[in-house]
Ligand binder design. Structure first.
Ligand code: AMP
Ligand code: MG
Length: 317
């Protein structure tokens, strides 16, 4: 049986979604970044179902989504710096990895047994309404089979996971289009674990230069599999034109005429919002490879290039 798709604005659908979550079920919820697959973060059986539905390696910890700062403070230990980041960017596409409170209402399975917890207040009316109706943290990784391209529409969710979950809430395409930026606060210092929908420069305006994940965070950010965002076709990056049998994904005004273009006006926010849907679209044509135009590394370009490099790496873990 395939999961019903219901409008996220429908109050009855939201109430049903909260009931499903309370009884350990799985609901796909729209957020401003990508569609998340939500489960009760405090219910280890529900979280186990979530890992199974995604086919996700168990060592990969999940982000706990919360409705408000009060719930976040019940899960993680905030310091002055994390409080300032939360005040500046929540609700929004920033995930904070903080020391886990021993009495956090989050199962060990959701945090993969780590003594840290990843927290975010999403900036989407449907996600916030669902979190408020549910009344606790929801574990919600992207709503796609593990290793596949993240979903930015309800249709993408239905294609990948429709037969494995209980309900899909539809609020149209996601505004941001790439996952949240993940920042760990360790000993009062901010470390960038994953570039994402909140550009580095906005965070650094508050934290100063972010430390890189490489040096400190290898054990702290498990599950950053290289192949995490891969379409089936191989990717060729920084391609100025397609080769024989290749599909082309352009960027900016100079790109190949007639080819799909992430943003003809070279707008990185538009490119991020289109990225996953366009990769899916080209992949569906089963090309020999997808050749992708160079994308500048500035602002949201850091997250776009990170996802493209992971997709190109195709390393299975
Ligand atoms: P996703 O849910 O697919 O958006 O991925 C969540 C990201 O957050 C992954 O890269 C995880 O490795 C990272 N993450 C989640 N929880 C933690 C944690 N406690 N410590 C470090 N990284 C985390
Ligand atoms: Mg994902």
């Amino acid at each position: 049986m395939t999961a019903p798709v219901r409008p996220a604005q429908d109050m009855a659908a939201l109430a049903d979604a909260a009931l499903i979550l309370r009884s350990g079920g799985l609901v796909a919820m729209p957020t401003e970044t990508v569609y998340g697959l939500a489960a009760d973060a405090g219910n280890a059986r529900a979280v186990a179902r979530l890992y199974a539905a995604k086919g996700r390696p168990r060592f990969n910890p999940l982000i706990a989504h919360v409705a408000d700062i009060e719930t976040a403070e019940r899960c993680g230990v905030f310091c002055d710096l994390s409080r300032r980041l939360a005040a500046a960017f929540w609700p929004g596409p920033l995930t904070l990895v903080l020391p886990r409170r021993t009495d956090a209402p989050v199962s060990d399975l959701a945090t993969a047994g780590l003594d840290t917890v990843a927290l975010r207040i999403p900036d989407h009316p449907a996600a916030r309404a669902l979190l408020a109706a549910f009344g606790g943290p929801l574990a919600a990784p992207s709503a796609n089979p593990s290793g596949a391209v993240s979903p930015t529409t309800a249709q993408h969710v239905a294609e990948g996971l429709g037969d494995k979950i209980d309900l899909i809430l539809d609020a149209g395409p996601c505004r941001v289009g790439v996952e949240s930026t993940v920042v760990a606060i360790m000993d009062g210092k901010a470390v960038l674990l994953r570039p994402g929908g909140l550009p580095r420069a906005e965070i650094e305006a508050i934290t100063g230069p972010l430390a890189a994940a490489g040096e400190t965070a290898a054990p702290a950010a498990p599950g950053m599999l290289k192949s995490h965002y891969a379409p089936r076709a191989p990717l060729r990056l920084n391609a100025l034109e397609p080769g024989a049998g290749e599909a082309y994904l352009g960027f900016g005004p100079g790109a190949l005429e007639g080819a799909l273009n992430l943003s003809p006006g070279a707008d990185l926010a538009e490119a991020a919002a289109n990225l996953f849907a366009y990769l899916r679209h080209l992949d569906a044509g089963a090309p020999r490879a997808i050749a992708v135009a160079p994308v500048p590394e500035a602002g949201l370009g850091e997250a776009i290039n990170d996802r493209l490099r992971r997709a190109a790496a195709r390393e299975d873990a």
